[in-house]
Design a protein. Structure first.
Length: 102
């Protein structure tokens, strides 16, 4: 998880382009695809899936969500070896239990 200021924005779509660029900035071979939006404790979260090959020539998948709560933007990411799709299901399941602390 990474967090930063939401710069006064309340809609994650306003941060989407810069967020996506940051997710793949260090890997020009990464492929990024928009996914379905979800809700994390009442807040809309944007989704992307990333496919890349790491330095050990292992194909890796990542799923990232961008959500804004209060004055912070949160990027929540899980990484897994390509093909371990049950990890994605568990990650999404875990996010259904997420609660923001006041």
């Amino acid at each position: 998880m990474e967090t930063q200021s939401s710069y006064g924005y309340t809609d994650p779509n306003d941060l989407k382009d810069n967020w996506k660029k940051a997710l793949v900035s260090s890997d020009t071979g990464a492929e990024i695809t928009d996914g379905a939006n979800i809700t994390i404790d009442g807040q809309t979260a944007l989704s992307v899936d990333i496919a890349r090959t790491n330095d050990n020539d292992v194909k890796v998948q990542q799923r990232s969500y961008l959500v804004i709560n209060g004055d912070k933007g949160y990027s929540l990411t899980v990484s897994l070896k390509d093909g371990d799709s049950d990890v994605l299901d568990k990650f999404d399941e875990m996010l259904t239990t997420w609660r923001w602390a006041e």
